[in-house]
Design a protein around this ligand. Structure first.
Ligand SMILES: [Fe+2]
Length: 203
């Protein structure tokens, strides 16, 4: 029988020490190997549960399963996007090419875009994410604020850049000072990756 396909915790393209002082080794390690790993494991456990129910022809509490699945898979996917759009200390760069063009056209300036994204990140209630997406309906970038890992997410929008503002993302280094963490994030955006994502969407 073919081996069941499962989610995997992605390896990071940098070392756990490479984000300091934006993110300490401890903060990044715990976030990746404990929190993200837990979403991967939980997502896979849900797939196992559904497989087993089908084998046994058993009933499931579908409402609970679907809710949990949206949360766990959403958590996995958003973390995967974020690890990729973070750059190690000194490697952040600036937006360029089509990305610079699209952001400037929509937001007026990169400064205005950063201000809005930061405000979206800062005002997420409880645990959530600030997300920059591209809408293929209007052909322009948009901001999205996701609560938890899935609430207020709009289907079909393509993700360009995300920032995790769950306390688990910053509390070891910043305690309750989320705004400081968001401010420091701007020196750690991998603009090349974000730009490549946009180019791939526009193709
Ligand atoms: Fe997280």
């Amino acid at each position: 029988m073919e081996q069941a396909k499962r989610y995997e915790l992605p390896k990071l393209a940098y070392g756990y020490k490479d984000m300091a002082p934006f993110l300490s080794e401890e903060q990044l390690t715990v976030h990746h190997t404990k929190h993200h790993a837990a979403y991967v494991n939980s997502a896979n456990a849900i797939l196992d549960k559904m497989d087993k129910a089908r084998q046994d022809n058993a009933d499931l509490d579908w409402k609970a399963v679907m809710k949990d699945m949206s949360f766990q898979i959403g958590g996995h996917i958003l973390h995967k996007f974020m690890w990729e759009n973070l750059a190690p200390t000194g490697k952040g760069g600036v937006p360029a090419g089509k990305l610079l063009e699209e952001l400037t056209k929509e937001f007026g300036s990169i400064e205005r875009f950063k201000k809005e994204f930061s405000a979206v990140a800062g005002s997420a209630e409880g645990s959530g994410w600030a997300v920059l997406v591209y809408c293929l309906g209007t052909h322009k970038p948009l901001l999205m604020q996701v609560e938890k890992h899935n609430v207020n997410a709009i289907p079909g929008f393509r993700i360009l850049m995300v920032l995790d503002v769950w306390e688990h993302a910053y509390y070891i280094d910043y305690k309750n000072l989320r705004a400081k963490y968001v401010e420091a994030f701007w020196n750690h955006v991998n603009w090349e990756i974000v730009g490549n994502r946009l180019e791939a969407i526009l193709k």
